[in-house]
Design a binder for this molecule. Sequence first.
Ligand SMILES: Nc1ncnc2c1ncn2[C@@H]1O[C@H](COP(=O)(O)OP(=O)(O)OP(=O)(O)O)[C@@H](O)[C@H]1O
Length: 226
Amino acid sequence: MSEIVFDAVRHAFGEREVLRGIDLRITERRVGIIGSNGSGKSTLARTINGLLAPNSGTVTVDGVDAAKKGAQVRKKVGFVFTDPDTQIVMPTVAEDLAFSLRRSGLSKQDVAERVQDILVRFRLDGHAEHPAHLLSGGQKQLLAIGAVLIRRPEVVVADEPTTLLDLRNARVVADALDSIDQQVIVVTHQLALLDSFERVIVIDDGLVAFDGSPADAVPAYRELVM
Ligand SMILES: Nc1ncnc2c1ncn2[C@@H]1O[C@H](COP(=O)(O)OP(=O)(O)OP(=O)(O)O)[C@@H](O)[C@H]1O
């Protein structure tokens, strides 16, 4: 597993301090981040692969500073957004997957093999030549996850990947995330997703309010919002 270290991380948007001093060392394979709306979870998640550089403090992935060496860290850490439409860029499902490998230096044959592998794995093989925008919400999110996994990152950070989905599709996406070998860090409001996780971090008002097992974190979060 990669070692992700937050050291005194602070960030403000204008006057509003959103991260107020985060210290964490993450080495577990399945980690959840939960907390109220606006508590700073997405901001925190975005610092992991340098999508956002904090005002102060550092986030490192295996010792590499994500803010300073974003491109290097992004090879290792893939990011899945809440809304798959923001990630889907090419007309067809197969083309969209291949697009993720455009600068990989892989041969056409290798790209085709990886695309096929993801299509089969996420049961999208019947849709390879279909327009991506015609997929169901759940299939779109699977495609977005596939487009991240096809680059074979070591870590996948997902920011509320099931929020826009109905119960069934949310289950499909949760199962997909559960099935992958990589280290996964998920920001979520869907607490059931966390049952099998090793560690759950509760963020409240820009600080770590609780850090422990899902069995302990969920009641701690409930108590916080009561
Ligand atoms: N780019 C931005 N510019 C200004 N303010 C922002 C920006 N991004 C986030 N914020 C503000 O920072 C605060 C924390 O946002 P963040 O998205 O990190 O919270 P969150 O815990 O993920 O919330 P939610 O559960 O609602 O997704 C919010 O008040 C939000 O409005």
